[in-house]
Ligand binder design. Structure first.
Ligand code: HAM
Length: 413
């Protein structure tokens, strides 16, 4: 026998028994995002490597270690590790700044990151996300967080924690970074390798390091004093205060987390995550924030923007088990031609119908019907002669005789 080829590490098949949950999540995304006036966009899975280098940032783990990049005809191409950069590219390329603001776009689809696979972390995973362009006011931040929460509630996830923080603008953040480096520098040699290598280029990322010895160092009073300091400039502080007021008015429960810095370079001001206690260490179902400089950094007109993305595998792992939906009818007959014809009639009327294609015994067919369908539609010799069917309700065993043309009425009852 030939060798079996297995699925690649960090990737997964989505099997028929799970796919209904995916449809459920996707349908709710369409419903909830449409209720906020958001339109769907589908961008390519492959993009120029530059897009992510410039968009996501050279100092991030994603760009440094995790991208699937390859050469084709002397071009460097990357499988998208996230979709904010792609949507921004499309916004610019298609002149969407000429549309009335805000331009609100949502997407769903696979993303690729060469990470160490573990529960809740894959190399090919799926995101559903929203990006909103053209509003600098904190009302947009509030609407985006509310939208994320409405969507999560629509799929039955209401036991989640919303965390927010403000990273300020490049100006006020620069001072904060310097202050942070100054208090951490004396402990540099005691920090983990990642923290040491991030110290110069991306010191904010030190704040979300999970290594206990680093966390212990960062809990020292002189370091905490800087981390918890109010470093925001007047405009950034006002933006953050106003966002919190909106969230309070909207009854969105949140906590402030000064250690929330996010792993992508494009954020300005508001960042947020939504976490679950039931996911283990990879507990973020949603991450997002404002990125007011990205559109201009990628060559577009200066345009404020904010958005979020959610990991679909993580959402789906939190959904309650659902009974998989049944066929409307299973035709039980030993006349394959008649069964095929009736199935065709009913399918064209919108019902989901299966038949036995192998002419098994009646009893076997009935057994299968009771597993798969809501109704058994029995088409025996007598029924065929009289142009009738017997319809058996498989939930209670009740059976009726009906005209063949009336079949749909009984099943839809
Ligand atoms: P992110 O935090 O990198 O943000 O990813 C968002 C969500 O995608 C995470 O909270 C998590 O649920 C899921 N996720 C990320 N990596 C993996 C993985 N390896 N396996 C499974 N799930 C994963 C972004 O991607 C930004 N583009 C979000 C955004 C949109 N910010 C503004 N607009």
């Amino acid at each position: 026998m030939a060798n079996i080829i297995k699925v690649l590490k960090g990737t997964k098949d989505i099997l028929p028994q799970d796919v209904e949950k995916w449809h459920f999540v996707e349908e709710n995304a369409l419903k909830v995002f449409s209720s906020f006036g958001v339109k769907e966009i589908r961008t390519p899975i492959i993009e120029s490597t530059d897009l992510f280098q410039r968009g996501v940032g050279e100092t991030t783990d994603i760009v440094n270690k995790e991208m699937y990049t390859f050469e084709k005809s002397d071009r460097s191409i990357t499988l998208r590790p996230e979709n904010t950069a792609g949507v921004v590219r499309s916004y610019i390329e298609n002149g969407m700044h000429r549309l009335p603001a805000p331009v609100k776009l949502w997407y769903k689809g696979p993303m690729f990151r060469y990470e160490r696979p573990q529960a809740g972390r894959q190399r090919q995973f799926h995101q559903v996300g929203v990006e909103m362009f053209g509003v600098s006011q904190p009302s947009a931040d509030a609407e985006i967080i509310l939208m994320a929460e409405n969507f999560l509630k629509s799929i039955g996830l209401d036991d989640l924690d919303v965390e927010i923080n403000s990273l300020g603008c490049p100006k006020c953040r620069a001072v904060f970074k310097e202050n942070l480096k100054n208090v951490i520098r004396p402990y540099l040699n005691d920090l983990c390798e990642d923290c040491q290598s991030r110290f110069e280029k991306n010191p904010l990322r030190l704040l979300d390091c999970k290594v206990p010895t680093c966390q212990e160092i960062f809990s020292k009073p002189e370091i905490q004093k800087v981390i918890t300091s109010d470093f925001l400039c007047d405009e950034c502080r006002e933006h953050y205060i106003q966002l919190k007021k909106y969230l309070d008015e909207l009854n969105v429960k949140y906590s402030e987390n000064k250690h929330l810095v996010r792993g992508l370079d494009y954020y300005t001001r508001t960042v947020f995550e939504i976490k679950s206690n039931n996911l283990g260490s990879q507990n973020a179902v949603c991450g997002g924030g404002r990125y007011d400089n990205l559109v201009s950094e990628l060559g577009g007109e200066p345009t404020p923007a904010i958005g979020f993305a959610m990991g679909m595998e993580r959402l789906i792992s939190l959904l309650k088990e659902k009974e998989s939906s049944k066929l409307d009818g299973y035709i039980v007959s030993n006349d394959t031609t008649e069964a095929l014809k009736l199935a065709q009639e009913l399918r064209l009327q919108g019902l989901n119908i299966e038949i036995d294609l192998t002419n098994k015994k009646f009893t076997k067919q009935l057994e299968k019907a009771s597993k798969l369908a809501k109704y058994a539609i029995i088409l025996g010799e007598d029924e065929i002669k009289e142009n009738k069917v017997s319809i058996k309700d498989l939930s209670n065993g009740n059976q009726v005789s009906a005209e063949r043309s009336e079949c749909i009425k009984w099943i839809e009852k």
